[in-house]
Design a protein. Structure first.
Length: 355
């Protein structure tokens, strides 16, 4: 009998509570929201429809799962905590409304714990909608996302107001992303220019802290730009950038769970069974990450911010241990396995690579 999805979802929280209690994670988290495409053949699977496949850069027939994950504040580790299947448009379900309902339900259900540990919600450009900004702001969190490169933004007017009848001038004009007079310059990486300003977004009806990152070629010419924003206008520009970059850690989870945890090999048809399989695969990746962070005695090996890992490495180490244990057993040397495991040369780490 297939278990219900809720208990499997609670496994994610049990692991997260354990890591926080053992002080492996410092208790400050970033909530990331993203969806990923799952290929599926056949015609009888629930929720089968046309979804965007980022790997092929086009819409394809298959399934989609929407995932909420808590990222460590350093941005090095992501732990999925909630998975939901997206229903296709042909059944008159709007994707964005489904994402919003999932996010709102999660924030309300875990409100007490999140108020103590959550700081920011981060999502990519497809979530840069008023509905998401309002939902996150109502709970008291900042929302960091990416805007279109030609976003409609107005710069506040800061000069002397002309002596005339009528109201005072509010806006200096529309941001054109070519002239950055009045913007603050902040340090960036090589071949970059980074600008920041608090601007008014008419579409969202709110002020946003905007960060523009210009990419330069070898001659110092602008090749393009990226526009990031935060609903918290007091948030530093460097922090907005680092928070948005941390969102990509969830993409690495999707990579690991598809390539090494069997996410795409499920042959089940019902939504409940599919979500159970997805939860099991994601939990396996989280367990592998916890194994890397903890030693055999359940103590923290070293701070989580210093320890990148991949589920491929976890499987490689497990295979090396199994192979070495079998060889030693056939040689009558099984008692010396601990000696091999603790050898300074780390022979059981052969083939391991960093994510």
């Amino acid at each position: 009998m297939v278990p219900e999805a809720a208990p499997l979802g609670e496994l994610h929280w049990g692991l997260l509570y354990l890591l926080v209690r053992l002080k492996v994670l410092d208790g400050r988290f970033i909530l990331a929201l993203d969806a990923t495409f799952v290929p599926k053949s056949g015609r009888k699977t629930a929720g089968l429809g046309a979804f965007w496949n980022g790997a092929s850069h086009r819409s394809e027939t298959g399934l989609e799962l929407s995932c909420l994950a808590l990222l460590s504040w350093s941005g090095h580790h992501a732990f999925p905590v909630q998975v939901q299947q997206t229903q296709p448009r042909r059944e008159k379900h709007d994707r964005l409304e489904q994402y919003q309902a999932q996010l709102v339900a999660f924030l309300e259900q875990r409100r007490t714990w999140l108020q103590q540990h959550l700081r920011v919600v981060v999502a990519d450009g497809q979530y840069a909608k008023t509905m998401f900004m309002d939902a996150v702001s109502r709970e008291g969190y900042a929302f960091v996302t990416k805007l279109q490169c030609n976003a409609n933004l107005l710069s506040p007017f800061s000069g002397p107001h002309p002596k005339r009848r009528g109201g005072r001038q509010k806006w200096a004009g529309k941001v054109d992303f070519k002239s950055f007079d009045g913007w603050a310059s902040v340090p960036g990486e090589k071949r970059e220019r980074v600008w920041t300003q608090v601007a008014w977004a008419p579409h969202y009806k709110r002020f946003l802290r905007v960060v523009v990152i210009q990419n330069l070629n070898r001659r110092g010419e602008v090749q393009g730009h990226v526009v990031l924003c935060s609903t918290d206008t007091a948030m530093p520009a460097q922090q907005i950038r680092s928070l948005y970059s941390a969102r990509f850690r969830l993409e690495f989870v999707f990579r690991d769970v598809k390539q090494f945890a069997g996410l795409n090999t499920c042959q089940l048809r019902s939504s409940l069974s599919l979500e159970n399989h997805w939860n099991a695969a994601l939990f396996a990746v989280s367990l592998g990450r916890a194994e890397v962070l903890l030693d055999d005695a359940g103590r923290c090996k070293r701070p989580a911010s210093w320890l990148p890992c991949s589920y491929e490495d976890v499987k490689r180490r497990a295979y090396n241990q199994l192979f070495a244990h079998r060889i030693l057993r056939h040689l009558g040397l099984a008692a010396r396995f601990d000696e091999l495991q603790n050898h300074p040369a780390s022979p059981l780490h052969l083939g391991v690579k960093v994510a």
